[in-house]
Design a protein around this ligand. Structure first.
Ligand code: CAA
Length: 258
């Protein structure tokens, strides 16, 4: 399907979604978030896809929610429509592994969408921030919550209250991004990681993701219990038999996602 605000390409079991509103630095207008939600819903149901890469341009992953679109909105309208609840959170609801490959600006809603991904690979020119306070608002797609969990209270407060940006080095130091690579190696690095993930057992990768995500919602005791139960359940799968047999037989595993 053709999208107006996205470029979607598939290579083997990896799908790359490129945010594509270059003139607006990929600002997240309603059409873009709706299309992103539709694309992810399809990919979640597509058994052939094992991992997704979400990316933008060299200059901007996304410079935030679309300020020009938001400027005239009124409270009761956005309250009744429950703004951002339906489409903007679709990345967080996606059940398969999804990597953010971030170059340039990831600001406001752009930073929030990147944080909804499972991990962030940053180009050396990446800049992250929650500058909403400069506009007389605050983050509205989970930024206060996910940033505080990712980088701790002090840096989250610093970024959200001053509106300053942090560069890739600071983002990696503070745990927001998993690795930094030169800009011209960003997509190749993300693709290598995505192919590796897509080559694993899909249900096991999904359960691993679900279990790590659960750690943000549960007590340690509940989280460990949840992990233990899912770990035990993996012994019902053919992929567990295949993975362990392959190790013992000193050969590559061929997972069938069963
Ligand atoms: N919404 C709408 N349009 C945007 C935009 C945004 N968030 N960010 C950039 N653009 C547009 C600009 O208006 C400009 O369009 P025109 O050429 O038509 O004027 C175009 O993209 C290029 O932008 P700049 O000329 O500003 O480019 P720059 O290189 O000088 O600056 C920037 C880049 C520092 C990222 C700057 O564009 C900027 O500060 N953008 C806004 C960042 C921001 O405040 N994001 C938070 C949005 S609110 C939000 O996200 C709320 C939430 O949590 C849900």
């Amino acid at each position: 399907m053709a999208y107006k605000t996205l470029e979607v390409t598939t290579e083997g079991a990896v799908c790359t979604i490129k945010l594509n509103r270059p003139k607006a630095l990929n600002a997240l207008c309603a059409e873009l978030t709706q299309e992103l939600s539709e694309a992810l819903t399809k990919l979640d149901k597509d058994d052939k896809i094992g991992c997704v890469i979400l990316t933008g341009s060299d200059k901007a992953f996304a410079a935030g929610a679309d300020i020009k679109e938001m400027q005239s909105w009124e409270y009761l309208d956005i309250y009744k429509n429950d703004l951002f609840a339906k489409y903007a959170e679709s990345v967080a609801r996606f059940r398969k592994p999804i990597i953010a490959a971030v170059a340039g600006y990831a600001l406001g809603g752009g930073c929030e969408i990147a944080m909804m991904c499972d991990f962030i690979i940053a180009a050396d020119n990446a800049k992250f921030g929650q500058p909403e306070i400069n506009l007389g608002v605050m983050p509205g797609i989970g930024g206060t919550q996910r940033l505080a969990r990712a980088v701790g209270k002090s840096k989250a407060m610093d970024l959200c209250l001053t509106g300053r940006m942090m560069d890739a080095e600071e983002a990696e130091r503070s745990g927001l991004v998993s690795r930094i690579v030169p800009l011209d190696e960003l997509m190749e690095t993300a693709m290598d990681a995505a192919k590796k993930i897509a080559g694993q057992s899909q249900p096991i990768a999904m359960m691993t993701k679900e279990t790590i995500d659960a750690s943000f919602e549960m007590s340690l005791t509940q989280g460990i219990q949840f992990e233990r139960r899912l770990f035990q359940s993996m012994f019902t799968t053919n992929d567990q038999k295949e993975g362990m047999a392959a190790f013992v037989e000193k050969r590559a595993a061929h997972f069938k996602n069963k």
